[in-house]
Design a protein around this ligand. Sequence first.
Ligand code: RP5
Length: 167
Amino acid sequence: MSDSKTPRVGIIMGSESDLPVMKGAAEILQEFEVPFEIRVLSAHRTPHLSQEYAESALDRGLQVIIAGAGGAAHLAGVIAAGTPLPVLGVPVLTKVDGLDSLLSMVQMPSGIPVGTLAINGAKNAALLAIQILATSDPDMLQRMVTYKAEMVEKVKAMDGRVQAHFE
Ligand code: RP5
């Protein structure tokens, strides 16, 4: 059973240090009024909790999971292994350069996909999660249509300002 408060999207991250990036996903979901939950779960430091999270996600009403991690970023893959839900991965920038995180996520072997976003791409992960929800939710679809229309207006305004600057 789900109601308007049951989380539909799960945001998880490997460490609290990922929060400055991952809060971008939370802010987008808030803007679209999508109920979500947000947790710190580590694939290597709390493997049992991560597995429990993945295995209970569907029954708890989640529809999409966004997983952010840095370094040897296996959290999204571990979660994807334990749930039939779509998992979106956000590689978090590290001291190296973030390519370590990106490749750890995007190079999942065949069979267990992780839909990997750009390095630090938490906002796009949330937008993609909303688009996934919108495939079976007309209200969410309308919100996405409105969001895109507003973006068009913002770019038109930028265009006008830039042109005016050099007139
Ligand atoms: C990963 O290691 C986390 O996702 C984080 O990006 C990185 C560093 O974690 P902390 O040392 O800051 O806890 O597991």
